[in-house]
Design a protein around this ligand. Structure first.
Ligand SMILES: [Zn+2]
Length: 480
């Protein structure tokens, strides 16, 4: 099945064609590991993983590289503040970041290189750039001469002329052009550094991705992803470096995810202090965050709001209640051809949406129709064929979106806790509800309708939804 992708290089939706049919070389820019990862970066993680998953689900063999920037000014500054070794500090947060990625249900990448492990390849690439006339050395520093690369700006559509006028000329004046950027910087005292032909130093930021992509994927790759904030200058510079060093096109398809928007009036009150992936996962859950991040198409902005979290919790609850019922349903010997036909149509539509620029909201719309059909039809019983078809559709959604993977009972329990947590319900309120539910059962048994009505009103005040189950038990939840 063809996959259509919006290519940010051409600003057009195109049929995705890897250089080697059936095999994809895919690179996504990873985090700088100086602290716990901000929740804003979780969107880039999940979208990077979504692209990986959809490729795999639709039969492509993917070599996926996602890097860790483990040497950088931010890391060095933070380590100095804490009086710890910068490399060890970065390494600690690589491990913390991997934990966060696992909690978000991300598939492992094929390679996860670090800058500190790629220094020889970085040095070779800088040497090639100097040899090809794009790099120049000033006092132990190597710079990339941007005007030499005539196609500069082809991704971001930024014009070099406008940069020349826009940027203040550097005070130290060692750059030939204001847009020239650092490939290698000389070591300062107490900074991590490596030997190089230009003296002790460390790489600039942009060169690492060009060198890592080349090391693991070769000179030309099929897909490159990152947050929209990386498009300029980072990705523009990656193109300039790779194409000038390797003399061929670096990457044909570029995908950028939009921001998680924190600046709206709808900005959350309850979420105000939840700013890292870790704190969100502790308060809510990884799958809730994933559901939230995938609720809007990756090229649209997504508002970080209480409303969005509530919606994610409710949708995930619906999905996992359905998953439990699907696991338990027994097939009947019946003919339900009409249902099967409709399910096949939904499955085609889901595939169509997933392969249409990774349109998860579109696919989930059809999946919720499948859930609705299941909930309605399962009252009368389903044939084995229909049940199998519904399981196949659920697996398609799980494989490609990374949702629906976790244990349903566990997720429902966490969603329930999250709802309480989210509504700021305390333990004592929880206890009051339990007591009221018990009292309600007794009142109803005794046909004491006055008391039963009083209790119902109090439960309403507390925002509690009560469900009387056919087996006589009562379940309840706080409205999200
Ligand atoms: Zn990068």
């Amino acid at each position: 099945m063809e996959i259509r992708v919006f290519n940010n290089l051409t600003r057009k939706k195109e049929i995705f064609k890897p250089l080697n049919p059936g095999k994809v070389k895919y690179y996504s820019c990873g985090p700088t590991t100086y602290d716990f990862v901000h929740v804003g970066n979780a969107r880039a993680f999940v979208v990077g993983d979504l692209i990986h998953r959809v490729f795999k689900t639709f039969g492509l063999e993917v070599t996926f590289v996602r890097n860790f920037t483990d040497v950088d000014d931010k890391i060095i500054d933070r380590a100095n503040e804490l009086k710890v070794d910068p490399i060890q500090h970065a390494d600690r947060f690589v491990k913390e970041c991997e934990k966060d990625m696992n909690s978000l249900g991300m598939l492992p990448a094929t390679h996860t290189p670090k800058v500190t492990e790629t220094i020889p390849e970085i040095i070779v690439m800088i040497e090639d750039l100097i040899k090809n006339g794009y790099g120049y050395v000033v006092d132990g520093e190597v710079l990339y001469h941007v005007p030499k690369f005539s196609e500069y700006g082809k991704l971001s559509k930024v014009k070099l002329d406008s940069l020349q006028h826009g940027i203040r000329v550097e005070v130290d004046g060692h750059k030939k052009h204001p847009s020239d950027f650092v490939l290698w910087k000389p070591a300062k005292i107490n900074e991590p550094s490596w030997d190089s032909p230009w003296g002790k130093g460390r790489p600039g930021w942009h060169i690492e991705c060009s060198a890592m992509a080349k090391k693991f994927l070769g000179n030309s790759i099929d897909m490159h992803h990152g947050g929209v904030d990386l498009q300029f200058p980072h990705h523009e510079n990656e193109i300039a470096q790779s194409e000038a060093a390797n003399n061929c096109e670096f990457c044909h398809h570029w995908a950028h995810n939009e921001f998680l928007n924190f600046g709206t009036e709808k900005m959350s009150k309850s979420l105000g202090n939840v700013i890292t992936i870790r704190s969100f996962v502790e308060k809510f859950s990884g799958e809730i965050l994933r559901q939230l991040l995938l609720s809007v198409h990756y090229r649209s902005k997504l508002d970080w709001s209480d409303e969005a979290v509530s919606k994610a919790i409710n949708e995930l609850t619906r999905i996992h209640e359905f998953k439990l019922a699907l696991e338990e349903i027994k097939a009947l010997k019946i003919e339900d051809l009409a249902l099967r036909e409709s399910l096949l149509k939904q499955m085609d539509s889901i595939k169509e949406e997933l392969t249409n620029d990774f349109n998860v909201p579109g696919a989930m719309g059809y999946f919720f129709t499948v859930i609705k059909d299941f909930n309605r039809e399962s009252k009368n019983g389903l044939s084995e064929e229909s049940i199998n078809l519904i399981k196949k559709i659920t697996k398609l959604i799980a494989d490609s979106t990374g949702l629906v993977h976790e244990n349903a009972e566990e997720v429902l329990k966490r969603a329930e806790l999250a709802k309480m947590n989210f509504a700021g319900k305390s333990e004592s309120q929880n206890e009051e509800v339990e007591n009221l539910i018990l009292e309600r059962s007794i009142a109803r048994k005794n046909k004491d309708w006055t008391r039963s009505d009083q209790i119902r009103n109090r439960l309403n005040e507390l925002g509690v939804v009560v469900k009387d189950n056919p087996d006589g038990t009562v379940s309840w939840s706080f409205k999200a």
